[in-house]
Design a protein around this ligand. Structure first.
Ligand code: ADP
Ligand code: MG
Length: 359
């Protein structure tokens, strides 16, 4: 099957007086694995249901393969949706669950048998046809839900937090299987999640949604390295953010903030606006014991260790600088002792790791 494109143009949706989606615009390419990432309540499920035809937009258009589907009922849209709770029939076997949509479409029995076998093979559930959902693990149930959706051969696959009911290990394994399956089928897929790691690892591109507004669209690397605003910087990864004012003196750029005081920034940097936020990732900071001078093109902050947490691969420090707290992640080498609370330290941040975010 040739994959289709999905277009969302100026879509807005209200429930009563509540604006849930505001001027949504998206262009998903044929065959793309696209994530909708946002916190709980940001409007992800509402948008997905709208694409499937279960919600109606007050304005704007939804285009599947370039065709406006606004007036088309859900069952004629050729869209497959996997719900967060799977919605399997508990009294039916795996095979009956998967066949359900095909029987509704009155396909011939032989064709139904063929398709059921094919999709169960695809999601690696062959052999479990006669089990009931209650006799399956969470991961297997999730794959039955996907198989049931794929059986109707949708042009568009919509997945609403499909991994959220699985435990951490299984989630990891299942998201890799899902990615492989999506690649193999080459089906345009919209994947809803509130989990930034899931979106970063699984999808080609991501749209970050907050309060019904798309904050940014980009590849995982683009979002992480070039967040456009405070929300994206904080939601995709962790970040140190300090609000303040920039000024130039004879020797270079200065940053004045209530939390950090006055900080000299590397000479190569230029601030786009006089006011804004200074942003840098915890892993981009080098932590040195005691007083260490800045090297060329580094920002230097002096502070005191306030707390530390050992996370296995790395140590996360909170360092007090002025009246602010800076998060610092340092990779852990075997046998190395963490710096104790109260230790005076120097933080060094290389110029390319420093970003300015508009106020
Ligand atoms: N049928 C509905 N009637 C009224 N409000 C709704 C309805 N469905 C969702 N909402 C509201 O819309 C907002 C977005 O919900 P939802 O799309 O489920 O968010 P998400 O999936 O991102 O967690 C929430 O504030 C929610 O309470
Ligand atoms: Mg939801």
């Amino acid at each position: 099957m040739t994959p289709v494109s999905l277009g969302i143009e100026n879509v807005a949706l209200r429930f009563g007086a509540t604006e849930v989606l505001r001027d949504i615009n998206l262009a998903v390419a044929p065959g793309e694995f696209f994530a909708l990432l946002g916190p709980s309540g940001s409007g992800k499920s509402t948008l997905l249901r709208l694409i499937a035809g279960f919600n109606r937009n007050q304005s704007g258009r939804v285009l599947i393969a370039g065709r406006d589907v606004s007036g088309v009922p859900p069952w004629k849209r050729n869209v497959g949706m996997v719900f967060q709770n799977y919605a399997l029939w508990p009294h039916m076997t795996v095979a009956q669950n998967v066949a359900f949509g095909l029987e509704e479409r009155r396909l011939p029995a032989a064709e139904i048998r063929r398709r059921v076998a094919e999709v169960l093979e695809l999601v690696e559930l062959a052999g479990l046809e006669q089990r009931r959902p209650g006799q399956l693990s969470g991961g297997q149930q999730q794959r039955v839900a996907i198989a049931r959706t794929l059986a109707i051969e949708p042009q568009l696959l919509l997945l609403d937090e499909p991994l959220s009911n699985l435990d951490a290990k299984l989630r990891l394994q299942t998201r890799q299987q899902l990615k492989k399956l999506q690649r193999r089928l080459n089906i345009t897929t919209l994947f809803v999640t509130h989990d930034q790691e899931e979106a970063l690892t699984t999808c080609d591109r991501i749209a970050v949604l907050d309060q019904g507004v798309i904050q940014q669209v980009g590849t995982p690397l683009q979002l992480f390295d070039h967040p456009l605003n405070r929300f994206v910087a904080q939601f995709v990864g962790s970040v140190n953010l300090f609000a303040g004012r920039f000024s130039r003196d004879g020797s270079g750029l200065l940053f004045h903030s209530q939390a950090l005081g006055e900080v000299a920034l590397p000479a190569s940097l230029t601030a786009p606006d006089p006011h804004g936020e200074l942003a840098f990732r915890p892993h981009a900071v080098r932590l040195c014991a005691g007083d260490t001078p800045a090297a060329h093109e580094q920002m230097r902050l002096a502070g005191v260790v306030q707390s530390q947490e050992f996370l296995g691969e790395f140590l996360r420090y909170q360092v007090r600088v002025g009246s602010g707290l800076v998060l610092v992640d340092q990779s852990h080498a075997r046998g190395e002792q963490p710096l104790p609370v109260g230790a005076p330290v120097t933080l060094l941040v290389p110029a390319p790791e420093i970003r300015f975010i508009a106020a």
